[in-house]
Design a protein around this ligand. Structure first.
Ligand SMILES: [Zn+2]
Length: 323
């Protein structure tokens, strides 16, 4: 069972993408409605606490070690289309962490790239081949240099293929973000894919946020523009990111800013200053995305502070169910 496998502390469960193979195709790390129901059964409905109660119990120092809550990051529409009906059926009120640049016509390109990769190619290898063709750079030395890193990653992330790992290294290390995006946009142009046409299919709109809140789910911060390495931002930018995020969400929900008190760290990235910014904004509960203690970051315990609550990834739970 779930809690006998070392999860003997309260935490969040982290969800991202869902698929139904109709409107939302299966993609890396996505789960189906059936998988989602299996996860609820595996954890045990009685162990899943509503978001507002979880937040209150944390404040009162009252959470039991078998209690978890559900959290949804990144404001992706498949959560509304596939997960929300299940949540309502099981009466599980959850946290939804919403980054706000999507409401200003500047969503992170990551989701568009993901959609493009999944919908415009027969399979992932065809995508990689196309990408390298357009990039047209000699990568043999780079891969040679990285050979031990590739092997290490394969052990750490067994569900990634070698090609997946190589692609990520090229994207994140060989290329700058700008160079990577340039190649992706070139590919999209050649395949006549216009991101604007699928925006509403990929992301929440304002009504989705309002509706979730009306249904009793908790809406929280996830930064304004979703930087992948938040801790690298200077103090001023960190402050801007969360202030703008809070301002926009409060406006959409027609709430006072101090009524929003929860958040999750984009890509799990933060530093001491981030925690100060969040505290100053009145945030009471924050989630990271790991389930271990990182002593090099000064963490002393698993749920290191109210703004550093551990979360288990849904993919890991599926892996355990199938074990
Ligand atoms: Zn995120």
């Amino acid at each position: 069972m779930y809690f006998n496998k070392k999860n003997n502390f309260f935490h969040g469960i982290m969800f991202h993408h869902f698929h139904d193979n109709l409107k939302h195709k299966k993609s890396q790390g996505s789960i189906s409605k059936e998988d989602f129901c299996k996860i609820i059964k595996f954890i045990g409905r009685e162990n899943i606490i509503n978001a507002d109660l979880f937040q209150k119990k944390l404040k009162d120092n009252n959470l039991k070690k078998n209690e978890v809550c559900f959290t949804f990051d990144d404001s992706v529409k498949s959560q509304i289309d596939i997960a929300l009906p299940v949540l309502e059926e099981f009466k599980i009120k959850s946290f939804f962490f919403v980054y706000s640049s999507i409401f200003e016509n500047q969503p992170d390109n990551l989701e568009f790239f993901r959609y493009f990769r999944m919908n415009y190619f027969e399979n992932i290898d065809e995508f990689y081949n196309n990408f390298y063709k357009i990039l047209d750079r000699d990568l043999s030395n780079f891969f040679e240099e990285k050979i031990s890193i590739i092997q290490e990653k394969k052990i750490k992330f067994p569900y990634y293929s070698i090609e997946d790992i190589k692609f990520r290294l090229v994207r994140d290390q060989f290329l700058s973000k700008k160079e990577y995006e340039k190649s992706m946009f070139e590919m999209m142009k050649r395949k006549k894919f216009d991101p604007e046409t699928v925006k509403s299919k990929i992301f929440f709109n304002k009504e989705d946020v309002i509706n979730l809140s009306k249904l009793g789910h908790s809406i929280g911060l996830h930064s304004h523009s979703h930087p992948t390495s938040f801790k690298e931002l200077n103090q001023e930018d960190q402050e801007k990111e969360y202030k703008k995020n809070l301002y926009i969400l409060a406006k959409i929900l027609n709430k006072k800013e101090d009524e929003i008190k929860c958040m999750s760290h984009p890509c799990g990235s933060y530093n001491k200053y981030t925690l100060k910014v969040l505290k100053d904004l009145g945030i009471e509960i924050g989630f990271k995305q790991i389930m271990n203690i990182e002593s090099d970051k000064g963490m002393l315990k698993i749920n290191n502070s109210p703004l550093e609550i551990a979360r288990q990834d849904h993919a890991e739970i599926i892996r355990r169910i199938n074990e």
